[in-house]
Design a protein around this ligand. Structure first.
Ligand code: F6P
Length: 341
């Protein structure tokens, strides 16, 4: 068989583990693999590389994607879907494994309906894809944020300050809540629950009245204040209709300082959360996903996505991945709340 691999959307640690697993398994079965460069852009432009054992040698611990990525949407380009379908044929592909989040897998779902043999692999640090318990990249992001919170504790304590940490999470508070619990945050603010600044400040004041001289507040970039719009860096939309988020931490920091009287500093972690080497969990999950994706291709089980359910790797209909956003488990948030204030 000739199999194509494509990585689309925001990069995340663990992508190379998936690519390596597919290539190693496929070559061991005498199949041929090519890597489509820069996501859907590469399929439209027929930009690809041959993937061999030597091209995947040493990539397991590397962050990012050796194939490159982009947020290109073929359905927003004149003749995009037609070019994608024509190049799939021209390249002699039997199947395409697409590794991506809601946007990339949404396009994959549409192309499947138009007859392409596609298998999906769920990826995003945000962990907000439906039909899987976890996406790879999330665990690495959580560990990075946890380490940053640990570091912010020592400087916060030395200066008697409140530290606001803004983390990624476009629609959901998975990173904020997992990392906040792991790092011992004193308040966590997530997109699923509009921010009540009075409540946050009261809680921080109570904490300081009981003798604590510092606090850590974690806020998701996708959070919003009660009755107010999302905080965005600019109004321009990308090809999937997303705005660039970021900045809520600074506004929140100012409000907290004014309302509580405690000196406050803000750290926006940004793309630090997506960079660098994947954790062992993400390397293993990526490897298991890659092997399963190859097996689905071999069995000609297309329009499916690999998924983690409990501790098992299973396959689910691709369209389920993007049918509904997987919002934060509020039972987990209830646990986080025990430690507020
Ligand atoms: O989708 C993952 C993500 O990291 C979001 O958390 C964030 O809002 C977005 O990507 C940032 O995208 P970009 O790298 O294009 O700025």
């Amino acid at each position: 068989m000739k199999i194509g691999i494509l990585t689309g959307g925001g990069d995340c640690p663990g992508l190379n583990s998936v690519i390596r697993a597919i290539v190693r398994k496929a070559i061991s079965q005498d199949d041929e693999v090519i890597g489509i460069r820069y996501g859907w852009k590469g399929l439209i432009e027929k930009d690809y590389i041959k993937l061999t054992l030597s091209s995947v040698s040493g990539i397991l611990p590397k962050g990012g994607t050796v194939l490159g990525t982009s947020r290109t949407n073929p359905y927003k380009k004149e003749g995009g879907p037609e070019a994608a379908k024509a190049n799939f044929k021209a390249l002699g592909l039997d199947a395409l494994i697409t590794i991506g989040g809601e946007d990339t897998l949404g396009v994959a779902t549409k192309l499947c309906k138009e007859g392409l043999g596609v298998v999906g692999v769920p990826k995003t640090i945000d962990n907000d894809l439906g039909a899987t318990d976890f996406t790879f990249g999330f665990d690495t992001a959580v560990n990075i944020v946890m380490e940053c919170i640990d570091r912010l504790h020592t400087t916060a304590e030395s200066h008697n300050r409140i530290m606001v940490v803004e983390v990624m999470g476009r629609h959901t508070g998975w990173i904020a809540t997992y990392a906040g619990i792991a790092g011992g945050a004193d308040y966590i603010l997530v997109p699923e629950i509009p921010i009540d600044v009075e409540e946050v400040c009261e809680s921080l004041k109570k904490r300081h009245e009981r003798g604590k001289n510092f606090s850590i507040v974690v806020v998701s970039e996708g959070g919003s204040f009660k009755d107010e719009d999302l905080f965005t860096q600019e109004k321009k939309l990308d090809e999937f209709g997303h705005v660039r988020l970021g900045g809520i931490g600074h506004t929140l920091g100012k409000i907290i300082e004014t309302k509580t009287g405690y000196e406050t500093r803000v750290t926006v972690l940004g793309h630090i959360q997506r960079g660098g080497s994947p954790t062992a969990f993400d390397r293993v999950l990526g490897t298991r996903y890659g092997v399963k994706a190859y097996e689905l291709v071999k069995a000609a089980k297309f329009s499916r996505m690999v998924s983690l359910k409990g501790n098992d790797i299973v396959d689910v209909p691709l369209k389920e991945a993007t049918a509904a956003l997987k919002t934060l488990d509020l039972k987990l948030y209830e646990i986080a709340k025990i430690f507020f204030g």
